[in-house]
Ligand binder design. Structure first.
Ligand SMILES: Cc1cc2nc3c(=O)[nH]c(=O)nc-3n(C[C@H](O)[C@H](O)[C@H](O)COP(=O)(O)O)c2cc1C
Length: 265
């Protein structure tokens, strides 16, 4: 992209604490980050936004707000936060570190002045503090100098059509805004929903007798971090059973892994 904004643009879709990074796939296109939190609605929404970004030729990464290095926010150019409210107007567990950092009193007021951002809230209007976290996040980023792309979206479980009644039109408006700022490169079009995106995961088959990736000489001496998205653990598969009848058209499987030593409980 022509402006410096486009060279490293990100958007964060918070709640469940999950950031998504995306940019147009041609060089110099912006990145977006998506963040999410607690249960799965915000993660699902963040991932949906990630897929929509990919269809618009942005390169994306989705990760939780707490696994995002929040100090890097000052370098981001485009961030979308997806965040739910829990408890009585509280941030979900997996955005608490992010929340604490963002509300530090010593953050300079203009520190996010290069950031274009949007906040999508998931909440329930039967609670007195409806979408409190999304509203507060929106205000705080504004206070730190961020440029809002749209008013905060207030998804509501109480709506007859569920949160999508707000999310769907809000996302249409968001993409209009983003594409006005970062138009599609000449010759590229939005990838139709009928076209399958590349898979998120790839499978690599190993020979039965190949050494296990976790059996290297360092394994016994080097303490490893608890397995996580950032510290993957190569687990041994112990069973792989088909659970649907042979005659059924879907091959659904129960696959079990041995996670001993991964720190996963
Ligand atoms: C225990 C609990 C407390 C909640 N507290 C609030 C609240 O204070 N304000 C609000 O707007 N929504 C509240 N909600 C609704 C959630 O924010 C809403 O269901 C949201 O979609 C959940 O998203 P998630 O699946 O990503 O966690 C609460 C939900 C639960 C289960």
């Amino acid at each position: 992209m022509a402006s410096s904004k486009r060279t490293d643009q990100k958007s964060i879709w918070g709640h469940y604490g999950c950031p998504l990074v995306c940019h147009h796939q041609s060089p110099g296109k912006p990145h977006h980050k998506v963040k999410q939190e607690q249960s799965s609605s915000s993660q699902d929404t963040a991932e949906r936004i990630g897929r929509e970004a990919k269809r618009r030729h942005f390169q994306c990464r989705v990760e939780s707000l707490d696994s995002y290095e929040v100090a890097n926010l000052i370098n981001e150019l485009l961030v979308v936060f997806v965040c739910a409210t829990t408890g009585q107007g509280d941030p979900p567990d997996n955005m608490k570190m992010f929340w604490r950092f963002l509300f530090r009193k010593n953050l300079p007021p203009g520190s996010l002045c290069q950031l274009d951002y949007a906040v999508l809230g998931l909440g329930d209007s039967s609670y007195p503090k409806f979408n409190f976290v999304a509203k507060k996040l929106h205000k705080r980023v504004l206070q730190l100098g961020g440029n809002p792309l749209l008013p905060v979206a207030l998804g509501d479980d109480q709506h007859d059509l569920g949160p999508d009644a707000v999310i769907d039109p809000w996302l249409l408006a968001l993409w209009d805004k983003i594409l006005a700022l970062y138009p599609l490169p000449p010759g590229l079009e939005i990838i139709s929903p009928d076209v399958r995106l590349p898979p998120k995961y790839t499978l690599h088959y190993l020979d039965e007798d190949s050494p296990h990736p976790s059996d290297g000489p360092l394994q016994s001496t080097v303490p490893r971090a608890v397995a996580s998205e950032l510290h993957p653990f190569a687990a041994r598969m112990v069973s792989n059973q088909r659970v649907t009848a042979e005659s059924h058209f879907q091959d659904v499987r129960l696959i079990e892994f041995d996670v001993t030593g991964s720190g996963i409980t």
